[in-house]
Design a binder for this molecule. Sequence first.
Ligand SMILES: Nc1ncnc2c1ncn2[C@@H]1O[C@H](COP(=O)(O)OP(=O)(O)OP(=O)(O)O)[C@@H](O)[C@H]1O
Length: 249
Amino acid sequence: MNRIPVRSQDHGASLRGEGLVKNFASGAVQVQVLRGLSLTIDPGELTLVSGPSGCGKSTLLALLSGLLRPDAGEVHALGEKLSGSSKQALDRFRLQHTGFVFQGFNLFPALTASEQVELPLGYLGLRREEARDRAREALEEVGLGQRAAMRPEQLSGGEKQRVAIARALAKSPQLLFADEPTSALDAENGQRVIDLLHRIARNRGTTVLCVSHDPRLVRHADRVLTMQDGRIEADWRQRNGSPIEEAHA
Ligand SMILES: Nc1ncnc2c1ncn2[C@@H]1O[C@H](COP(=O)(O)OP(=O)(O)OP(=O)(O)O)[C@@H](O)[C@H]1O
């Protein structure tokens, strides 16, 4: 699949948020969930956004992936300005360039693992056989080559999450967004999922943005952004779980 080069004004970053503000109504009151947050996210890294429940992590992921629009500020992804784009353009951008992995797996109960992965490839216009081949490769990459014909009820939680990762991977997205991908999993399966996300970033040069309040994930990330009350409080890079330099969001 063709990859769009990242444009130079983003200085190598594949995601950029500037002055992001997001408010939600809580009864009659407007609550400011993101308070003028700016950041850049680089390709080829697993970036983890951590922080306490309710600090705005999922909202940030939704803005950076074009699922939600900011009330103020701008989002640039792969050199395209997402904020201000039409809904149709956002849908197309997400289809072509992004993969998503969520806490609840979001699999269709009636489809086999292979069919779950093939489905979005059909939306991208791939022929059936090509989609089947890609699905097989993606399932092998996540260690589920032998489970291709199984339905979700026949798979463990960890296996279901790996099917969801294969589904996201098969499109070869430049941007992979994961929202609490390990919260429903035990330690061993959570570890496996985070290892996979890390490998995808390293081996494919994918930008992987993972949002989680699971402290087990912190040492596996290349970069950790800590949020508090809608702002970024700390930002550091690390190798093998030890900080190596301060990053500048
Ligand atoms: N669609 C919405 N309508 C109203 N309020 C919302 C909406 N989405 C999020 N919020 C509120 O915004 C705040 C931040 O939510 P968000 O899901 O971004 O936090 P989070 O850090 O990801 O939390 P968690 O770790 O629990 O998932 C919360 O107080 C939440 O209730």
